[in-house]
Design a protein around this ligand. Structure first.
Ligand SMILES: [Ca+2]
Length: 195
């Protein structure tokens, strides 16, 4: 593969969340509406007509959240959220989108990690294309409600990112302690400047 093609594929923001591992704070039902339904490639927003299109949490002892493990460190430009449009729009309101970067390799989800807020959505919505306020890199993306007593239902979530590297392959500069994100993307990968 020619080098310029490799650089080109690394430098484009593409959808990077589909079929990746997911978790949510709790499951609303024991046998369906799992967290994986939010990255299954099915964009139906009619949750009442099917039990299989969307994820949903129950009300628990913490504000509801959903998260995806991208499997590597990505620079993330925006997150696209398809909520349910048949009911309950008010539930998808007052939430934040977080980009989470581990401080070391081989740790559990969110343990010893840096958490940056990509976007805060106050108003109720059924569809949102949220661009991060600042340049952010991370391995996990979490969507978290602010209110304790609401369910979180997500019919599909897209994360648009550029692959930066694997945390375990000596990329210590990708860990949570590294602050110079402009230095990472421009010096290590020559990526953004080549577009
Ligand atoms: Ca879906």
């Amino acid at each position: 593969m020619p080098l310029n093609f490799i650089l080109y594929t690394q430098c484009r923001f593409t959808e990077v969340a589909r079929y990746k591992p997911t978790k949510q704070s709790s499951n609303s039902e024991p046998f369906y509406r799992f967290s994986s339904k939010a990255v299954d490639g099915d964009y139906s927003q009619q949750m009442t007509s099917s039990i299989e299109f969307c994820s949903e949490t129950s009300v628990g002892n913490e504000p509801s959240w959903w998260a995806v493990d991208l499997g590597a460190i990505y620079e993330i430009s925006n997150v696209v959220i398809y909520g349910r449009n048949d009911c309950c729009e008010e539930r998808l309101s007052n939430f934040i989108i977080e980009i989470i970067r581990p401080c070391r390799d081989n740790i559990d989800w969110f343990e010893d990690s840096r958490i940056d807020v990509c976007y805060h959505q106050q108003e109720p919505t059924t569809f949102l294309n949220a661009s991060c306020h600042n340049k952010m890199i991370g391995k996990f993306v979490r969507i978290r409600l602010s209110n304790l007593n609401d369910r979180l239902a997500l019919c599909e979530v897209e994360v648009h990112g550029i692959f930066i590297g694997f945390l375990q392959t000596a990329f210590t500069f990708l860990s949570c302690h590294h602050e110079d994100l402009d230095g990472i993307t421009e010096q290590q990968f020559k990526c953004l400047k080549k577009q």
